[in-house]
Design a protein around this ligand. Sequence first.
Ligand SMILES: Cc1cc2nc3c(=O)[nH]c(=O)nc-3n(C[C@H](O)[C@H](O)[C@H](O)COP(=O)(O)O)c2cc1C
Length: 355
Amino acid sequence: MSSSSLDFQSLSWIGNPSAEFDSSSQRPVEGSKLAGIIKPIKIGNVQLPNNLVLAPMAGVTDGSFRQLCARLGAGYSVSELASCKALQMKSTQTLEMIRFEGNTGAYAVQIFGSDPDLMAEAASYVESLKICDIIDINMGCPVSKVVKTGAGSALMKTPELAAEIIKSVSKSVHLPVTCKFRIGWTENSINVKDFAHAVIEAGAKAITVHARTRQAMYTGPAQWQYLEGIKDIAKSIPFIANGDITSEENVLELYERTGCDGFMIGRGCVGKPWLYAQLLGHNEYLKPELRYPIFKHHLVDMLMEHGSTAVPLFRVHLFGYLKNHPHSASLRRSLCMERNPNVVLQAGRDFFNNR
Ligand SMILES: Cc1cc2nc3c(=O)[nH]c(=O)nc-3n(C[C@H](O)[C@H](O)[C@H](O)COP(=O)(O)O)c2cc1C
């Protein structure tokens, strides 16, 4: 296929959220700066087209954003965290959150809880829905409501329980089971290596490590030094590094320091979903004239997904897109209560068309 027909085909979805998914954008471009580092990997028996992962982010990574990032190259995405108790009750809200008809390739549903039996039940129910390729267990959420039940990052204090959860969930499903955790609970109790050993021995088919402690929540620089040596523990199991990845330089440095198999990107792609294309070498998506069409596509898709609540839900993305606006603070104030999609579209149009 000539590069011009590929360009045309790969760009044609912009402005048409219901367009069929085209996976050519997920193929790493030969000869690009990160060729050989950004590459296909396998989790269990699931083949990922590349090792750039969209991080799970509650309130951010809904179906529209997961689909958008996949169209711009992300090789794998993970749902927002879903409570095993809510799944047990078949909560409509939770089911709508994890359901994903995007057909974008690999997708994991992430569940949280601290009871191995309930987690197994929830995972088996999720598997029966046939909506995902992988079950991921959240062992990193720092929110008090979650940790006070012994779930999320509290599991870093109880590695035996974490291992029991992996075993119990793995027994209940055929899908690969993975987990995502932090480097430790506090700065004084960093136990990422022991924890990695425990969950891998218990059967985790991939691990993702967010290079912060629970104590740090989401602040301060990610502590990549604690990711060094993890690959020696993971051996043939994919080890995905996470925390403050926002550029090609970051990917290169993390790879050189840790030998990680994959890169999970969270806040770095909020307001900049074309970061995946940039890292893969798909420069056709980086043209300034595509910024506004992508912004508009995103909002229109969210309107289709969420109806009248789309504009408030889009706000986190809006402020991401407008982050480098010269009047970003006043714009934030004027748009923070806005519910009219046309006003939001106009703000995006003014910003991107005047750059
Ligand atoms: C708003 C928000 C929501 C998040 N929700 C989840 C979640 O549901 N599950 C999870 O494992 N991590 C969650 N995270 C953590 C991210 O997946 C990621 O580990 C973290 O943001 C660090 O990556 P980054 O520096 O690239 O943003 C969330 C982070 C943010 C900022």
